[in-house]
Design a protein around this ligand. Structure first.
Ligand SMILES: [Zn+2]
Length: 149
């Protein structure tokens, strides 16, 4: 953060306050050079990126849809809700931390696959076989072999 008085680049945060209702963070800073104090207001950008579908349409990221994908793949599988919640949280956190405005839908699909692979091999194969829409049985066999290894 550049000092507005002398332009020095090193400033020190002397106080941080989160303004709950307005949704911004207020910081008191002190310049390391001229020692003058100033206040900054930062609005944390915590929105999910827009999802870009294969046909180019942009849709809003829907946590419900993500959960539905997991539920479908994990149907009747011995995986607890807590484990699913944790996996979904990891994906959501990843999406927020990417700091991008848009993300291709297939990248989210890959994230789901990675999590399912750790949770349950059968669910992973279920999801991947639909998601990757295999053309023939050899591709499917290659996936099963990959999981077995
Ligand atoms: Zn200064």
């Amino acid at each position: 953060m550049r000092c507005p008085f002398c332009g020095h680049l090193e400033t020190q945060v002397v106080e941080t306050r989160v303004s709950e209702d307005a949704g911004f963070i207020r910081r008191r800073r002190r310049c390391g050079h001229c020692e003058k104090r100033f206040t900054t207001y930062e609005r944390p950008d915590v929105s999910f990126p827009m999802v870009v579908k294969k046909d180019g349409r942009r849709v809003e990221f829907a946590p419900d849809k993500l959960r539905a994908s997991f539920a479908l793949a994990l149907r009747k599988r011995p995986v607890s809700t807590e484990q699913v919640d944790a996996a979904i949280e990891r994906i959501e956190e990843k999406l927020l931390n990417l700091g991008v405005r848009e993300i291709p839908a297939n990248r989210i699909g890959e994230m789901v696959m990675r999590e399912l692979k750790k949770l349950d091999k059968v669910a992973y194969i279920r999801f991947a076989s639909v998601y990757r829409s295999f053309e023939d049985i050899d591709e499917f066999r290659a996936l099963v072999d990959e999981v077995k290894r």
